[in-house]
Structures are given as structure tokens and as C-alpha cells.
Design a protein around this ligand. Structure first.
Ligand code: PNS
Length: 159
């Protein structure tokens, strides 16, 4: 059987508990998962790409089936060059779907063999996004229940 590789792309600025769960569930479904940390020119970064990659490694220290990489450029080409079977994304709410559907269809237009698999997020974390976590943290709110411990440590070290 050929290896089933999934690419889990995102800004992960920072990685939330929701992201962690989606990656863990991806590891249960696929042989290997590559977390592709992107620089999104439409977003002002809180952490550098290198710091975000390190956070993923810190959250999954003993997972040989997980790789972390930086994605620059077109996701569909990058995923296809790596031989990925699919792109893995989490869906928190119906409002996510419009954007996600558009991206999935564009990626499939670019590389028709590439599928996007959506995993429904846990209901209790559906209101959590990286941008809200950043905003609450910067304004002195408690985000300790929303991000993995190594991420919280990195956020505290940055401020
Ligand atoms: O965590 P985000 O910021 O919602 O992730 C968005 C991401 C990284 C999946 C998207 O911006 C992306 O795919 N970027 C790579 C560039 C690309 O291929 N753009 C065309 C998407 S159809």
C-alpha cells in the first residue's frame, strides 16, 4: 500500500488547542502528516515562521510520523510535489466553509488529484481562532485553556 500523506497547512500564529486536535486526528487517519507553516501576506505576524514551526515540534515532541515545514508559494504545487494524497483542514463553524470551499476547489483546479479533507472541530473550541487568542493575550486575558502549554510559554516569553 502506498503511504498516505496529508498536508496540514496554516498560519498557526499561534497553534491553538483546536489545531493540535486536528493534527492528532489527522495522524490517526493518515500514515504521515506534514504541518506546513505559511507566511500569510494578508496577516501581520505575531510569531516568526521559525518560532511557529518550533511550537509545533514542541507540542509533538515524540511523533515520528509528523513533519513540520515552511510553505512559501503555492500550496497545491507544494503538496503535489511532496506526493500528498490530500490537504487537511479543520472547520470550526459554517462561516469557515465559504472560504475553505473556495480554496479546496481552487486547489483541485490547480492539481485535480489533490483532495481536501475537512475535519469538524470539537464543538467546545469552535469560537477559538489564533487571531482572537492573540488579541485576548495582548490585552491581558487568560488564554491558558486555549493553547497547548509550550505555546503559552512561548507567548509569555515573547511579551
Ligand atoms: O491558517 P490560515 O491562515 O487560515 O491558512 C490559510 C492557508 C495557509 C491554507 C492559505 O492561505 C494557503 O493555502 N496559502 C498558501 C498559498 C496558496 O496556495 N494560495 C492559494 C490558495 S487556493
Amino acid at each position: 500500500m502506498p503511504e498516505r500523506l496529508a498536508i496540514c497547512p496554516g498560519s498557526f500564529d499561534p497553534l491553538t488547542n483546536g489545531h493540535e486536535t486536528i493534527i492528532r486526528r489527522g495522524l490517526a487517519l493518515f500514515d504521515r502528516v506534514i504541518v506546513a507553516v505559511t507566511f500569510n501576506p494578508r496577516k501581520t505576524p505575531f510569531f516568526s515562521v521559525e518560532a511557529r514551526k518550533q511550537m509545533v515540534r514542541d507540542v509533538f515532541p515524540d511523533e515520528p510520523r509528523l513533519e513540520v515545514d515552511e510553505l512559501n508559494g503555492l500550496l497545491a504545487r507544494w503538496a503535489s510535489d511532496k506526493g500528498a494524497a490530500c490537504i487537511l483542514r479543520g472547520l470550526r463553524a459554517p462561516s469557515d466553509f465559504e472560504y475553505e470551499l473556495q480554496m479546496a476547489q481552487m486547489n483541485r483546479h490547480l492539481h485535480p488529484q489533490l483532495d481536501t479533507v475537512f475535519l469538524a472541530s470539537e464543538a467546545d473550541g469552535s469560537y477559538v481562532s489564533s487571531s482572537l487568542v492573540r488579541e485576548v493575550f495582548v490585552l491581558g486575558g487568560d488564554v491558558s485553556d486555549l493553547v497547548p502549554a509550550p505555546v503559552l510559554a512561548a507567548m509569555k516569553a515573547r511579551s
